[in-house]
Every structure is written in C-alpha cells, then in structure tokens.
Design a protein around this ligand. Structure first.
Ligand SMILES: [Mn+2]
Length: 321
C-alpha cells in the first residue's frame, strides 16, 4: 500500500506534516508517528496544527512537538503531508495555501471522498483510523523502527477513533496492530487509556449530568438526541471541549439506531455530532447539514434555535431510517 509513498517521500529532505483543526487522538497520533518515521529515515520533519491541543493529549507532544504554522514558514519545506483528513480546508487557514506553494502534497487518511490534488494519496475508508494506516507504513517499510514513542502515538489513535475498540470499523487487523504496538512499545493498554480518559473534572461531570437530562427519543424510538446549551456551560464553568464522548450515552439505549448531539456554539450556530450503530449512514445525513464524515460518525452545523435545529435534523434523519 505504501510502496509509492515511501519511494516518493524519501526524495525530499525537509517535510512538514499537518493534522486537522480541532485535533483528536487519531490525527495527532498519526502526525507524530509519521514525523518520527520521517526522522528515523533521514528526513527533517515538522508537525503543524492551527488549533490548540486538548489537555488529555498534550503528553503526546513530548514525543514530537506540534506547533502553529505561518504561511511564511511553508517556504522552508520541499513537500507537505496531510493526515486524517483529505481536503485542505480541514487543516485550517495556513494549510489552505499549501497547494499554492508549487510543492508536492501527500495525504494519508481514512475519510471518504478525497480531493484530487495529491502527489500520492493513501485513502482507505476500510481502516479504523489513520494510525492503523501509519502502522502499515512502519510494517511495510521496517517494523523494527517501531519503538515506544511511535507505538504509544499510534495506539492512542487506535483507541480514540474506535471508541476503545467498540466501533464496527474494528477488524482483526486493528487488534493485531494494537497487539504489536503494545509489544514493540513495551507498555500496557491502561497506561495510555489512563491519560486519555481518566482525567475528567467534577465540572465536566456536572455538565454531563445536565446534558443527560435532555436525552429524548424520536422517530419511533430509533433516533436519540442530547443537547448542550451555552447556559449549561456557564452554570458548570465548562466549554465546548468538555462535551467529548457525550454522544455515546444516548447511543447506548437499546433499540436506538442513531444519535445526535446538539451543542450551542454561542455564535448563533448549533454544532451537530451524529453517530450511528445501524445501517443509518450519518455521513449522508450530515451532508445535508453543511457537514460530513464517516458512515458511522459525522458532524454538521445548523443556524437557528435549538428547537428549530431539533425539528430540522430529526426530519432529515427520518428519511435516512
Ligand atoms: Mn481518524
């Protein structure tokens, strides 16, 4: 899968790797593991992200620094790689000018419908995570290059993009990759999971408690929703980064096929996080809501009140059932 990628990328001496805005465990894990791979193979690498790193993932940057880019800095590089996204706008304002630099751009990702602008694009929607793809890069090239740092980085993406190995994107190869990473990295699963998940604040739990009060069922009990308002953020001294994982709770109700988290953004927009555990294709659903993503996990936006958003989003969802 990576033969052409390896041949082409190793022609360059200085490469910048971008991960998508609102970074998560998979984009940061794959970015850091790829930068370490590049440096192990004699290529000077830099990791850029235009947003701040969530608190529970900052430890990953001890393995490789992830910093904010400027358009001016792009001149220093011979080539670029984008990971865990396939359209430049996913990577922020600076990244949107990458295709104007007259230099090759590479892409490694597992989302559908990639742009057609890449020197080499590895686009595999059948992979659980971009980290599972980077694992393939290491194993195809030289698996002895997997040591503790890239192993922990890749393991983080495997865990976070699969809901701790619960989603139906998980296959035998996902667990095989996890097993090899634990072995070569010399760590135990709970070391990583402790850092990612078991660091909630009491304010976050109070926010979750308020949000759970809003859970309701629609469309013959097949669609569940959960809402988070600006008022809840104010009352609990929290912010939108504190809603991570909330969408999983209503999805766990027996018989529910899909779930939507409605979150007031404070600028008149409502962010929609959609999840499916059935045939319902939430990517198609989100594409009618100014967004997109995967079949089982996607996001979109609605401009208006919470009640208007709920009515509109459920109406589209009913057509998907
Ligand atoms: Mn991903």
């Amino acid at each position: 899968m990576f033969k052409e990628f390896i041949t082409e990328i190793t022609k360059y001496r200085k490469v910048a790797v971008f991960s998508h805005i609102r970074p998560d465990g998979d984009c940061l894990g794959s970015q850091i593991a790829l930068c370490l791979w590049l440096e192990k193979n004699g290529i000077e690498a830099s990791a850029y992200n235009e947003d701040s790193i969530p608190d529970n993932l900052i430890w990953l940057t001890e393995f490789f620094p992830v910093v904010h880019p400027t358009v001016e800095q792009l001149k220093e590089y011979e080539a670029f790689v984008v990971v865990d996204g396939n359209a430049l706008h996913r990577f922020g304002a600076v990244a949107q000018s990458l295709d104007k630099q007259g230099k090759p751009i590479f892409m490694i990702d597992h989302h559908p419908q990639p742009d057609d602008i890449y020197e080499v694009g590895i686009s595999r929607v059948d992979y659980s995570s971009t980290c599972e793809l980077i694992y393939e890069l290491y194993t195809e090239h030289d698996s002895f290059q997997i040591d503790e740092a890239p192993a922990k980085a890749m393991y983080t993406g495997l865990v976070t993009d699969t809901g701790s190995f619960q989603f139906d994107s998980v296959g035998p190869n996902t667990l095989l990759a996890a097993s090899v990473l634990l072995d070569k990295g010399g760590f135990k699963p709970n070391e990583v999971v402790e850092r990612i998940y078991n660091n909630r604040t009491i304010d976050q739990l109070h926010l979750l408690s308020m949000a759970l009060e809003t859970v309701s069922l629609h469309a013959d009990q097949q669609i569940a929703i959960i809402c988070v308002t600006q008022q809840m953020f104010e009352q609990t001294n929290t912010g939108k980064e504190d809603t991570e994982g909330f969408v999983a709770y209503p999805l766990s109700i027996a018989g529910v096929k899909a779930c939507v988290l409605f979150r007031e953004e404070g600028d008149g927009r409502i962010k929609l996080s959609l999840r499916s555990r059935s045939h319902v294709d939430v990517n198609m659903w989100a594409r009618q809501l100014h967004g997109g993503g995967h079949k089982k996990a996607a996001a979109g936006f609605f401009t208006g009140t919470m009640d208007e958003a709920i009515a509109h989003v459920i109406k589209i969802g009913e057509e998907q059932l």
